[in-house]
Design a protein around this ligand. Structure first.
Ligand SMILES: [Zn+2]
Length: 406
């Protein structure tokens, strides 16, 4: 049946061995041009026995136009371009953009002769170029998560190299007040700019900072630090030394990073959406004065309290006006002087602490002001710790990712 079908195809279309073999590409093992050559040989033997002319392989194939005989040339183009741009990678994939005209002609042949075991032309082309590039580069094709993708236009012979981003996970401490997390008008620097700078430079790409939540400009981030991800777009260098980068950031004296490690997009999403419990330390000012018994009362009332918090007035422009329900778990307090005391608060992520203290004109309840029936104001605030989830961002990442940390 294969030979009969092949005869009918070749009576109408002048195909090269690759294209002929590909029409039966999902049957048997081996390369399509060998399949095609074998089919053509048997067919021509039968035709000779019947006194018919043989079907010779054409100079120019009616379907592929000969591109399948030039895969090595295309592999060379990819190799030259990657070498010229000095792109560093371990794994790659080949893709191609065949014109609709060719794809359509192929579909037409497949439907007409009911070829249920045919393989699409781009799949053969990509695979064959990939095999040659594996030898040129001495690196492996990877379908799932390649470092780079070569996209070949077989007609214009243009090569487009898509470099996939690098992702680095870490935690940061913000040691000073008055530094925004992300760039802000009127500020020369931000946590993001200090962290991203050495990444952009060493990876020769564009580093983008993603923080797991944020703290206000005047709030320090201490303790074990806030999780973040740096996404480096278009990195020409992938083997970057994370220890050296951490050292450079830490020299700033303003921001410190810990636990830097390579990660991937999927983990990034997890890190950024997880709502971690947090521990804060707040310095509170009470104009009317404060006594030991007041602090004890606040600690007692807030421990294990459920807080109803309407969107604070100060962020109302940027956030929708809703009521959040968050829990406070542990509280401890300490009198500093007759108008100041400190509170340590361990609570759900997403609770606005300044408003938990002031009461925000009754929008947060209960609050320190409400409990004392006095005006309490947060004078200084630090994030002391961000809880690390058991199975979340701190779990050991797979070997592939950390191998790169050379
Ligand atoms: Zn062909």
């Amino acid at each position: 049946m294969i030979i009969e079908k092949a005869e009918k195809i070749l009576e109408e279309y002048s195909l090269c061995n690759n294209c002929l073999g590909r029409m039966f590409g999902l049957l048997g093992k081996g390369e399509n041009h060998i399949r095609g050559k074998s089919i053509r040989l048997v067919l021509n033997m039968e035709r000779e026995a019947k006194g018919k002319e043989p079907f010779k392989e054409p100079e120019k194939c009616e379907l592929c136009g000969g591109v399948l005989k030039r895969v090595e040339y295309f592999a060379r183009l990819c190799y030259d371009k990657a070498s010229k741009l000095k792109i560093q990678f371990d794994t790659f994939l080949v893709g191609s953009s065949f014109p609709d005209e060719i794809m359509q002609r192929e579909r037409e042949i497949i439907e007409k002769f009911e070829l249920s075991h045919a393989e699409p032309i781009n799949r053969e082309f990509n695979r064959e170029v990939g095999k040659i590039l594996e030898v040129f580069f001495q690196k492996l094709v990877e379908k799932k998560n390649p470092d780079v993708v070569f996209i070949i236009d077989p007609i214009t012979e243009k090569i487009n190299i898509q470099i996939n981003p690098l992702y680095v996970y870490g935690r940061y401490r913000k040691l000073i007040r008055g530094l925004p997390q992300t760039p802000l008008r009127g500020y020369d620097e931000s946590v993001a700019s200090i962290i991203c700078k050495p990444f952009s430079r060493t990876a020769k790409g564009k580093a983008v900072f993603h923080g797991a939540g944020r703290e206000d400009i005047d709030v320090r981030m201490l303790g074990n630090g806030r999780p973040f991800i740096v996404e480096i777009k278009n990195p020409k260098i992938r083997k970057i030394n994370l220890n050296e980068i951490a050292e450079e950031i830490n020299k700033s004296g303003k921001v410190e990073v810990l636990n830097l490690r390579f990660t991937n997009r999927k983990r990034m999403e997890k890190v950024l959406t997880e709502n971690h419990k947090k521990e804060y330390e707040a310095l509170i000012y009470v104009k009317e004065g404060i006594r030991e018994c007041d602090v004890i009362k606040v600690v007692e009332k807030l421990t294990n309290a459920t807080i109803h918090q309407r969107t604070p007035l100060r962020v109302l422009r940027k956030r929708s006006d809703i009521i959040r329900v968050r829990k406070v778990y542990k509280v401890s307090g300490e009198v500093i002087d007759d108008k100041h005391f400190k509170l340590r608060i361990f609570c759900d992520g997403g609770l606005y602490i300044k408003e938990l203290i002031s009461g925000d004109e009754g929008r947060t309840t209960p609050s320190v002001s409400e409990i004392l029936n006095k005006n309490a104001v947060c004078k200084a605030l630090d994030v002391i710790n961000i809880e690390v989830s058991e199975n979340g961002s701190e779990s050991p990442h797979n070997k592939e990712e950390n191998k790169r940390e050379a």
